[in-house]
Ligand binder design. Sequence first.
Ligand code: GDP
Ligand code: MG
Length: 597
Amino acid sequence: TDITHIRNFSIIAHIDHGKSTLADRFIQVCGGLSDRELKEQVLDSMDLERERGITIKAQSVTLYYTARNGETYQLNFIDTPGHVDFSYEVSRSLSACEGALLVVDAAQGVEAQSVANCYTAIEQDLEVLPVLNKVDLPQAEPDRVAEEIEEIIGLDALDACHVSAKTGVGVPDLLEQLIERIPAPQGDREERLQALIIDSWFDNYMGVISLVRIRYGRLKKGDKIHVKSTGQNHVVDSLGIFTPKRKETKVLEAGEVGWVSATIKDIKGAPVGDTLTHANTPDVAMLPGFKKVKPQVYAGMFPVNADDYEDFRDALGKLALNDASLFYEPENSDALGFGFRVGFLGMLHMEIIHERLEREYDLDLITTAPTVVYELLLSDGETIYVDNPSELPEGNKIEEFREPIARVNILTPQEYVGNVITLCTERRGEQINLQYLGKQISLTYDIPMAEVVLDFFDRLKSASRGYASLEYAFERFQPAKLVKVDVLINGDKVDALAMICHLDHSAHRGRVLTEKMKELVPRQMFDVAIQAAIGSKIIARQTVKALRKNVTAKCYGGDVSRKKKLLQKQKEGKKRMKQVGNVEIPQAAFLAVLKVD
Ligand code: GDP
Ligand code: MG
């Protein structure tokens, strides 16, 4: 396609505002798939995404649209995720685009995450078109929401298209506006090849596949390419576009977005954010990559079955390939054996990685309670960072204990502002700003990261009946009165159960944690003591009483199938247990700390 007839764009939208539905409508209007093929929400292809109804990985679709002026345009749509845990993916997708559609649910209004993503797009010089979606709903107020967009984001929303992604109303007008207002890409096709790797993932048959945006030159099948960061050369064995199905083409040219496979077997062979060129032009400049994202929470992950360790390492490597934010290094726990310390962006990210490892790689894993990264000033003047409670130095070696603070931006309708402020205060928040913006209030707080990453999002939603929205980023480290709380089972410290918390909360947390553990640890043939301690001081204690008699005893002589069922049930329950000393501890107990409030 002639470069003047290409439009590369992303959709910025808060979860549920209709991005996937709109994308489907585009695909339908442009005939990318037959109606039969157009299953609901084709873009969310991972099973997990479908179940959770969110988009995790960015993907691309190339569509051909014949405009009212009779010309045919190539539209490259790069999908982006909408959850606060995944905003790094958004800036990655945006770097391949000249424009973005800001889709706002006209029955809801602007959300904090969209504001943040919109600013990212504006910073990257993208043309942002506001779109008012769901105008078919009786409660839709497109005019009010248009005003809100102007007021909160500062974008002119006067010409914003009114659409219903569901019924298709307004979608053709939106496509016309998109072609008119979003600039065509620039880049000389006769120049030497320079392409940005937006994403890479591992395919069991083809090896590494990369999604690329060609900046200059052209890329063909059979070309010998050079990966800038590794210095390695590879031969392109196939390339093409997503329609959204993977379709082979002969060439990708400057301005276009597509996939490339060069039988790269090493999963580190085509890193995200890297630059590709031809093997005979290795001195072509590196494109600015992506800002490296730092994980905000760390947890230990251990295979239930020690024989799975190698498979587990392999699986993490494959997942990390197209998830720059996934960090891991080996960890050895006295209680849980060999595993990995894994870094995540937030809780949702952690849950998703855990589920993908179990489903896609068939692993049974125990995940320990997540913690944030602390900064410690030691007595000898050294500064260290600790992401694992069991690796804390002795208390007397710590000069100052500092916790990470997040700058949190919240948008909430006025009627919930009281609840939201109460929540922020409970979470040790410090108010930085409060501002009225139309019918919404914008709040800025500094809150300890540990209080934000665990369940703040869910709490905020319930405090505001789902209406408040949130966006946050690491701000600074700040000294705090923090202590390590150990958990002892029958007198033995279990390293994987240790947690770091604020001194003022420690007594309460210790008590609730031991109570929770008592419910979760199955009864054994002997009493099990569960204690919480700070140093040598016990702050809470519970006992799991010994079993009196064999659980199957009452079935003897009775119904055999019932007895079998009972044994089967016990066996299943066991699957996710880990033997600690002579006590079996289930997965839920390791995460009990999350339920403590
Ligand atoms: P996403 O999270 O932004 O991808 O949102 P989805 O596309 O998954 O849409 C969220 C929900 O809103 C789904 O139940 C859609 O059917 C519904 N929805 C999307 N667009 C419209 C619309 O224009 N009108 C109505 N009434 N519902 C819509
Ligand atoms: Mg979606």
